[in-house]
Design a protein around this ligand. Structure first.
Ligand SMILES: Nc1nc2c(c(=O)[nH]1)N[C@H]1C(S)=C(S)[C@@H](COP(=O)(O)OP(=O)(O)OC[C@H]3O[C@@H](n4cnc5c(N)ncnc54)[C@H](O)[C@@H]3O)O[C@H]1N2
Ligand code: MOO
Length: 442
């Protein structure tokens, strides 16, 4: 007997005939990363010209930016004080003039003279040291005007002078191709009056949930058996926090035609499509089927030997002759978020031209022992620094089951926990492990 709802397009989805063991090998993480890197090569970043005044944090530079001039351009004073000739033996100097920032003194300093000078002002010709005002006393004045000062500490040649080009030399590389802009980088561009630069375009990414059980989160009281879609807002928020402008592609129902139509429609807006749900062994898990048989995509991997995220699937191909990659993440809320962090954001950042697309990894110390499981695990943890400890202490965020979203709340890192072996079934309190940073640390 078969019911019409069982009759999806392929025999593998007639429930009585479905495979009872996944046909997809669970690839090791290294293979999954390599496969994604190979796909990234098919999506080279594109650049465009952009005015510096309109730049915002997170933009990525698509050229090497070199210093067009020295900084400082001329020798300048590091202190408010007096520009002097160090070799003068006299402690008393005649104040011959004033140099402030923006108003140089254009004479030539003579022996026995000094120039009152401000921080940032150009050192007058003939001077070779600056004495800070704290190391002087007044030696003579005429009304309100200083006439002579007494130097309390004899200066050495070069004292408190910023030599020409000592901060930045003309033609030095200021910012490398692939560097992400933050406040300092934006400041540098303005420092040199660089008006326009090449930056990379941000890739477009669509986020879609799949599942008959899903309703929009504004539902006050979903009917029995329904749940609110939390993955989509969560993933949209993740990609936004990374500086992308993700497109909300809604919820597709668990139906081969609907999923195919939703992916085709999403591909009109974005070349990267992120779905969640429908990738495991359930009778309504159609994502792999759609990707392979309906869209003719190459499935780079259909499972990964990791926890959470085992059924994570990545596929790529063409729709309307344009390249498209689909990250079909597992439905469990923690699984989709962990996989998005490990696989999708580094991919998007590579597509966006970043020269450091992956999250930083640091060493942390376990606050408590941990039992190892059969799969390598990415445990959520928050970090604290403790007095006398060299490494941050990692506190696991409670029960790590992949449906339990609170395990992500407050998590700074994903601990990289190896799978168990005959030699090692547990990590001890105080052991050092790698931790992938997934949130800002303040
Ligand atoms: N027989 C097997 N069953 C399962 C396996 C397996 O290997 N053999 N793998 C398990 C693992 S591991 C995971 S992870 C899940 C992933 O399954 P799917 O990707 O097919 O996801 P769904 O079944 O659609 O959903 C799983 C779970 O997550 C909830 N969900 C889905 N979408 C959302 C959403 N947008 N917002 C909130 N919650 C969502 C869904 O209701 C389910 O409870 O499969 C295991 N099963
Ligand atoms: O991969 Mo699943 O994410 O273990 O629950």
């Amino acid at each position: 007997m078969s019911s019409s709802s069982d009759l999806q397009s392929s025999p593998e989805h007639v429930v009585a005939k479905r495979a009872r063991i996944s046909q997809w090998p669970a690839v090791p993480m290294t293979r999954a990363f390599e496969a994604i890197d190979r796909i990234a090569d098919k999506f080279p970043p594109e650049s465009k010209g952009y005015p510096t005044v309109a730049l915002t944090n997170g933009r990525v530079i698509a050229e090497d930016i070199r210093a067009p001039e020295n900084v400082p351009k001329a020798r300048t004073s590091v202190k408010d004080g007096y520009a002097v000739i160090a070799a003068d033996n006299l402690m008393i100097r005649r104040v011959a003039g004033v140099a402030t920032a923006g108003q140089p003194w254009d004479g030539i300093l003579q022996p026995g003279e000094c120039i009152r000078i401000s921080t940032g002002a150009v050192i007058p010709e003939g001077a070779d040291a600056v004495v800070q005002v704290e190391d002087t006393t007044l030696a003579g004045y005429d009304g309100d005007v200083e006439v002579a000062i007494n130097i309390l500490i004899a200066p050495e040649v070069g004292k408190d002078i910023r030599e020409k080009g000592s901060d930045i030399k003309e033609n030095d590389v200021l910012l490398e191709n692939g560097c992400e802009l933050g406040p300092a980088e934006i400041g540098l561009l303005h420092m040199f009056g660089i008006q326009n630069i090449e930056i990379y375009r941000k890739p477009k990414v669509c986020v879609m949930s799949t599942g008959n059980e899903l309703v929009e989160s504004y539902h006050i009281c979903p009917p029995q058996g329904f749940i609110r879609d939390s993955n989509r807002p969560q993933l949209l928020s993740l990609f936004r926090s990374q500086g992308f402008k993700p497109i909300d592609a809604g919820i597709a129902s668990d139906n081969i035609d609907s999923i195919e139509a939703a992916i085709r429609q999403a591909s009109e807006f974005a070349s990267v499509i992120v779905t969640s749900g429908g990738v495991s062994m359930g009778e309504k898990d159609y994502l792999k089927e759609v990707l392979r048989n309906r869209l003719g995509f190459e499935i780079s991997f259909g499972r990964v030997w990791m926890k959470p995220g085992l059924p994570c699937t990545v596929a790529h191909g063409k729709i309307n002759n344009l390249p498209v990659v689909v990250f079909a993440l597992p439905g469990n809320p923690v699984s989709s978020y962990v996989c998005a962090n490990l696989f999708v954001t580094p991919f998007l950042r590579a597509m966006a031209g970043c020269n450091r697309p992956k999250q930083p990894v640091i060493k942390v110390k376990l606050a408590a022992e941990m039992r190892l499981g059969p799969r390598p695990e990415y445990c959520r943890a928050w970090l604290e620094s403790r007095c006398g400890e060299t490494f941050p202490i990692a506190n696991v965020t409670g029960n790590q089951i992949s449906s339990r979203l609170p395990s992500l709340v407050g998590a700074h890192v994903l601990l990289v926990i190896p799978q168990s072996s005959t030699e090692k079934t547990q990590l001890e309190k105080g052991e050092l492990v790698d931790a992938i940073i997934i949130s800002s640390l303040f």
